[in-house]
Design a protein around this ligand. Structure first.
Ligand code: H79
Length: 414
């Protein structure tokens, strides 16, 4: 079982992933060819030569970028941490690196250290900042790994010594407290090499936690597969990285946006199973967050804000906790929250609740709802909650149940 030993991560439940880099300039299309896949992979997918891809830097001038407004939005959406791509697989540093000129300050007309701007905005808005860093794949450095290519001639150790470790030191010493390092795709990283990366991180920032994708089982918490939502709970600390459409980096042609109602359901589903939801935005070449992402997250954020007690700080519910078509459940000791996600009629029936219910309230207002506990024909106890007129046929609201016992337990459903 993974344990970050960091209370903030256990309680966070909702974070913002930001994928932003040179690939955002291409927005899914290079020389009239479109990628069919995740847009930040375009260099690899369309076999763009290094010297061609490098030229994107001279076109990268995101004058609309405003770290403060993005961090403020994340705060409004109820998110507790941000993870920003300091260097993705393409090898381009989104901060002022001293050990590679291939960085946003030295290689672009923009010349601004956007990581520094994120740091200051996060400090101002009391937001934790984590950094994605691609430790094994680097399509720019001759010794970085490249997925789907022949890597036999690579001296990965030389890459670690020359670029990866020095850059890790930079991001861990120049940008304040870093909440976590989000390593990804370990590829050929050996156990010794993973251990070295852990020691570099912990030596510089002992409280900085390390994602599961450092490889060799060393991470402080478990990261599920991209967009993988487990149906059963996991013990310990874990997180689902997820997209709002089908790409991480900006793709102008990807309009396959998730429905905000589905995103709300996914959030509370992950929370009920004990996990955090790290939800992605991919700003465009000007630094603007896609309006559809804002539209979706505004709606999700309104739900989270109104019902933050039923999201933030919730614990894993037992594996047999309800997973109903119309509702998801989250819980804390002595509290059970029913997220009502589909319109319901006058009465809600909750069978098989083992605990004795003390009180039912509408979480948003604190207003009490009448309820009764009766024995079903099968002999279990059923809680019947009467919905006021105002809630009937509504959806996306949350009811809080106070129970007598210390934790919200269910009997297994038959
Ligand atoms: O940063 C995001 C992704 O770029 C990264 N992880 C998330 C958080 C990631 N790295 N690897 N992968 C995701 C999976 C790679 C899938 C691939 Fe493909 C399938 C790579 C090669 C085949 C898709 C299809 C991308 C290129 C072709």
């Amino acid at each position: 079982m993974k344990d970050t030993k960091q209370k903030w991560f256990k309680e966070a439940k909702f974070g913002l992933f930001i994928h932003w880099g040179l690939y955002s300039v291409l927005a899914g299309e290079y020389n009239g060819r479109k990628t069919e896949h995740i847009a930040e992979w375009i260099m690899n997918d369309l076999d763009i030569p290094v010297d061609e891809y490098e030229k994107l830097a001279s076109q990268f001038n995101p004058v609309k970028f405003d770290a403060d407004s993005i961090v403020k939005k994340a705060k409004d959406w109820g998110m507790k941490y941000i993870v920003f791509t300091s260097k993705h697989h393409d090898g381009f540093a989104m901060y002022h690196s001293q050990c590679s000129k291939y960085n946003i300050v030295e290689a672009t007309p923009f010349k601004r250290d956007v990581l520094k701007e994120f740091q200051l905005a996060c400090e101002k808005h009391d937001m934790r900042l984590g950094l994605y860093y691609s430790q094994a794949q680097d399509w720019h450095d001759p010794d970085g790994f490249i997925a789907k290519k022949d890597n036999s001639g690579k001296n990965y150790q030389a890459y670690l010594d020359r670029k990866c470790v020095p850059q890790l030191r930079e991001i861990l010493t120049g940008y304040g407290d870093i909440a976590l390092i989000w390593f990804d795709t370990p590829m050929g990283t050996t156990l010794e090499q993973s251990k070295r990366l852990v020691s570099v991180v912990k030596e510089l920032q002992p409280d900085c936690i390390i994602s599961g994708r450092i490889g060799n089982g060393l991470g402080d918490y478990m990261t599920t597969g991209d967009n993988f939502i487990p149906s059963a709970p996991y013990e310990g600390d874990w997180e689902v990285p997820a997209t709002l459409n089908d790409t991480w980096g900006f793709n102008k042609d990807d309009h396959n946006w998730k429905n905000p109602d589905d995103v709300i359901r996914l959030l509370v589903k992950i929370n009920s199973r004990g996990g955090n939801y790290l939800l992605n935005i991919g700003p465009d070449s000007l630094g603007q967050v896609p309006p559809d992402s804002v539209r979706i997250l505004d709606k999700v954020g309104a739900y989270v804000r109104e019902n933050s007690e039923a999201v933030f700080g919730t614990r894993m519910l037992p594996p047999y906790a309800y997973d109903l078509e119309w509702a998801q459940f989250t819980g804390k000791p002595g509290k059970l929250y029913i997220h009502v996600l589909k319109p319901q009629k006058k009465e809600l029936y909750l069978p098989n609740i083992a605990n004795r219910v003390k009180k039912v309230t509408l979480l948003k207002t604190g207003g009490e709802l009448p309820f009764s506990m009766v024995a079903s024909c099968e002999g279990d106890s059923v809680v019947i909650i009467t919905l006021p007129d105002l809630l009937q046929q509504r959806q996306n609201y949350c009811l809080a149940i106070e129970t007598e016992e210390d934790s919200p337990l269910f009997e297994p459903l038959a």
